[in-house]
Design a binder for this molecule. Sequence first.
Ligand code: ATP
Ligand code: PRP
Length: 215
Amino acid sequence: MNRYGLRIAVPRGTMLGDALDHLDRVGIDTSEVRSNDRKLLFEDAGIVTMRPSDVATYVEAGAADVGITGKDVLMEQRGRDVVELADLGFGPCRIVLASVAGDPDPAVEALRRLGIMRVATKYTGIAGRFFEETGRQVELVKVNGSVELAPLTGLVDAIVDLTATGTTLRENGLVEREEIAFSTARLIVNPAAHRLKAAAVDELRRALLPAAPGA
Ligand SMILES: Nc1ncnc2c1ncn2[C@@H]1O[C@H](COP(=O)(O)OP(=O)(O)OP(=O)(O)O)[C@@H](O)[C@H]1O
Ligand SMILES: O=P(O)(O)OC[C@H]1O[C@H](OP(=O)(O)OP(=O)(O)O)[C@H](O)[C@@H]1O
């Protein structure tokens, strides 16, 4: 187990390197995780690795005490009973509404035709709330990845998806129309662990955020 006595859920994929760098900096030895991309449970380091979208599931159930995942993931899974402790700052990306470059703005076009805009996304929660709050009627089409393909084939008028460098949108001839949310990696904690292991959780939070005001 690590020096904090906390089991930590760490996201594999895009955020893995930065998450492990942060944990190394606070005295958790992540070398075994770095050298093994098939193993998932690392007892000595107190680390469990998983898809970013599964982190809050483990933390909510107490199968991990704390976890690291994207704000976009937490916004999408809004009902989860976890406490957001800190913004770790890495993994910046945005959730945007985008459509084919050169086409009329799909929202304006849908209004003009008095039609319902069709929007593909894997973020049905975030997109649904966004269109509801902005008073627009849309039909959401759930896709699981490579969302950029959907408007190119005529499946939908627009997409709601994650963009970071903008390369994927550009390479597929799409342009951003509206920004919906900004995301970075967050530290979350199980509510019971937050109370029962308060000192350890606070020590880890402070160590991860040495420069933050009030940390
Ligand atoms: N440039 C980026 N591209 C993709 N995701 C990023 C980027 N920067 C940060 N992220 C974060 O990483 C998360 C996605 O990670 P990754 O692509 O490794 O997982 P995934 O395969 O989409 O996993 P899941 O199936 O859990 O959604 C995003 O939800 C976001 O919080
Ligand atoms: O703006 P960029 O830097 O090009 O990054 C954005 C891309 O990253 C994400 O895809 P991911 O790699 O998570 O795969 P997915 O399409 O399967 O979700 C997202 O869905 C975009 O396709």
